[in-house]
Design a protein around this ligand. Structure first.
Ligand code: ADE
Length: 361
């Protein structure tokens, strides 16, 4: 990933991006943070880049021309126009899904304003994304740019070592992470929770999920409304089972897989709530038993639903299944059509697409 940070204070960026994990990543060639000093593009002999606001009022405004030239200098060197982010409290508040999406770019321009802001006209001509790092006002965009660089770089392959990287992120599920413990077992008369010493991985995972929910309820109830438990129902052969497992693992840490090839499961009532997401993975080729029979016991409560077809189904079948699911309490969020075998990269992309859809709800 290559970042171009357009700023009046390049040393602020270079200092912070040269240290710790970002510094190591740059040294190893996984990221590159280049600063472009907007002052170098001033047409003024005093290198001035700001002026008084039309209409009066307090503060100064950064002129359009030097910003325009700085942006163009990057675009001309690259031969194309990368996404250009303007850091501003008026932007969309950065979250983990946005971070993962930005991480898919090859290059990013991060434009840092100062004073009262930048002349609107150059923003209209150059900026593709307006991003805020939170609902408070900073003295300039530099700290915001650094926050973005830090959070995005964690998703750039090679930046984090295996130990540092967590495939399952706090916040991936819009849940806070469970509490962590290390030795000693007893400290200040406080014991490490017994279950963590049990060696029973299923139980430990359940405990962690429970603690995550409890914490989020107590500390960030606002997140809980955006958090969905993923229930993946699949039918079909090995490819379907593999795709269901891979995809569910990428969408959520705490997914449930239901193998609907098993008749017993198809006969049971499976009820989903408002905060449950149904992920339905199906082969495009019709099973002997029709969909209306296979899925008659699935019930939603306005539960979101994502359909993933492995291979193209008959149009009529697609329509009928969508109608059936709607009748049974699901609302269709998205439908995806894939080749029979799903690869790691494709699953990652699809998972991000699903999380983005959930965030729009
Ligand atoms: N510049 C000033 N305040 C900011 C904020 N909250 N986020 C991003 N850039 C900013």
């Amino acid at each position: 990933m290559k970042y171009y940070v357009l700023t009046l204070f390049p040393e602020m960026i270079q200092q912070a991006a040269g240290a710790s994990i970002l510094g190591r990543a740059a040294k190893n060639g996984f990221i590159d943070v280049e600063t472009v000093n907007i002052r170098d593009f001033s047409a003024n002999r005093h290198r001035r880049v700001d002026d008084y606001p039309y209409g009066g009022g307090a503060g100064m405004v950064m002129e359009a021309e030097p910003v325009w030239r700085a942006v163009r200098s990057v675009e001309e060197r690259l031969g194309h126009r990368p996404r250009a982010v303007y850091l501003t409290p008026q932007g969309k508040v950065l979250n983990q899904t946005m971070v993962e999406e930005f991480a898919r770019e090859e290059e990013l321009i991060l434009l840092c304003g100062h004073y009262e802001g930048i002349d609107e006209r150059v923003l209209e001509e150059t900026v593709t994304d307006y991003v805020s790092i939170g609902d408070y006002v900073l003295t300039g965009g530099e700290l915001g740019a650094l926050v973005m660089i830090d959070a995005i770089s964690r998703f750039v392959p090679g930046v984090l070592s295996n130990e540092e990287s967590s495939q399952f992120e706090s916040l991936q599920d819009n849940l806070l992470e469970y509490p962590h413990y290390t030795r000693p077992e007893i400290w200040h008369d406080r014991r490490v929770p017994e279950v963590l010493l049990s060696g029973d991985h299923r139980k430990i995972e359940e405990w962690r999920h429970e603690k995550s929910l409890e914490r989020t309820r107590q500390r960030r109830p606002d997140l809980l409304r955006k958090s969905y438990q993923v229930i993946c129902v699949y039918r079909g052969g090995e490819e379907a089972a593999a795709a269901a497992g891979l995809l569910t693992g990428k969408v959520t840490r705490y997914g449930k897989l239901l193998d609907f090839n098993r008749k017993k499961l198809r006969k049971q009532r499976v009820s989903l709530g408002k905060q449950d997401l149904l992920l339905l993975v199906l082969p495009g080729r019709q099973e002997e038993e029709g969909d209306s029979e296979s899925f008659r016991n699935l019930r939603g409560d306005e539960s979101p639903c994502v359909l993933v077809w492995l291979g193209e189904p008959e149009p009529e079948r697609k329509k009928q299944l969508a109608e059936l699911l709607e009748k049974q309490g699901f609302r269709m969020l998205a439908e995806f059509f894939l080749e029979k075998e799903m690869g790691e990269a494709q699953a990652g992309e699809l998972a991000l697409g699903i999380r983005r859809k959930l965030e729009e709800l």
